[in-house]
Write a protein that binds this ligand. Structure first.
Ligand SMILES: NC(=O)c1ccc[n+]([C@@H]2O[C@H](COP(=O)([O-])OP(=O)(O)OC[C@H]3O[C@@H](n4cnc5c(N)ncnc54)[C@H](OP(=O)(O)O)[C@@H]3O)[C@@H](O)[C@H]2O)c1
Length: 233
């Protein structure tokens, strides 16, 4: 594991998966910033106690992201969408506009942008799309990342569980046809490995727990993935 040459910003770092990511970054010696609507207030006291810098940021209008992302080496985006059909809590604001605001505030020499998306995004008939076209906006947010020119990894977890990490097998898929579950802690590990694995750049994949043993190394899983098509600019 290698530390990055600058701070790592975790947008959604006060959330359930985000906090596991933050702990993992601290363990490997990274300087960590959490961008959140609430971590800068009482909600983030435990984070700050661990030496994390907390920044007020709301991805819907981008407020606070300039300060939170100034000079960072990497950004992880793990934002839970609202599910309203209209208004500020519709999925468009967090899954599309929020991603755009984050990308707009990234340094030009960013080493990696990790987007946590979801399975089902290419299945518009799925019932999740009845919540403000949630899947369509997630897919469009992914597209912004793939088209941005920054080195990126798009992770599409299956249904999240609170199982302990590192206890299950791990399956990567591409093509978004699968279904299953994955522990938040294993999603967090995928985020961390995406930061320091060269083969994780320029890929989009679905993430599942599977039968069998946990992987000794995640490198071969990333290396086996097909790269995303390079966007025509
Ligand atoms: N639940 C599932 O089965 C499932 C499946 C696939 C993918 N996912 C995705 O996996 C990721 C992690 O899920 P989780 O359950 O661990 O998340 P979570 O605990 O619900 O936390 C999500 C975070 O999103 C942040 N957030 C929401 N709106 C925001 C805004 N406008 N500006 C800034 N931050 C905002 C919240 O931070 P503040 O409240 O502190 O601002 C919160 O900490 C999410 O992107 C989720 O959509 C979930």
């Amino acid at each position: 594991m290698t530390t990055l040459a600058g701070p790592v910003a975790v947008i959604g770092g006060a959330g359930r998966t985000g906090r596991i990511v933050v702990d993992g970054l601290l363990d490997r010696g990274d300087t960590v910033r959490v961008a959140s609507r609430r971590a800068a207030t009482g909600n983030g006291a435990d984070l700050r106690g661990n030496g994390v810098s907390t920044f007020y940021a709301d991805v819907r209008d981008g407020r606070g992201l300039d300060e939170a992302l100034d000079g960072v080496a990497a950004v992880l985006y793990l934002v839970e969408p609202g599910t309203a059909n209209s208004g500020p809590d519709r999925p468009e604001t967090t899954l599309y506009q929020g991603v755009r605001h984050a990308l707009d505030n990234c340094p030009t020499d960013l080493a990696r942008f990790v987007l946590v998306s979801s399975i089902y995004v290419t299945r518009p008939e799925h019932q999740f799309n009845e919540w403000g076209h949630l899947l369509d906006w997630r897919l469009r947010g992914e597209g912004l990342v793939r088209d941005s020119g920054v080195p990126y990894t798009v992770i599409r977890p299956s249904w999240l569980t609170d199982d302990r990490g590192g206890r299950h097998g791990i399956r990567f898929e591409q093509g978004d046809t699968g279904d299953g579950e994955v522990a938040r802690a294993d999603v967090a590990t995928a985020c961390l490995r995406a930061l320091d694995t060269e083969a994780a750049a320029g890929v989009t994949f679905e993430l599942f727990n599977s039968t069998g043993r946990p992987p000794a190394s995640w490198e071969p899983l990333f290396a086996a993935l097909a790269k995303d098509p390079v966007p025509a600019h």
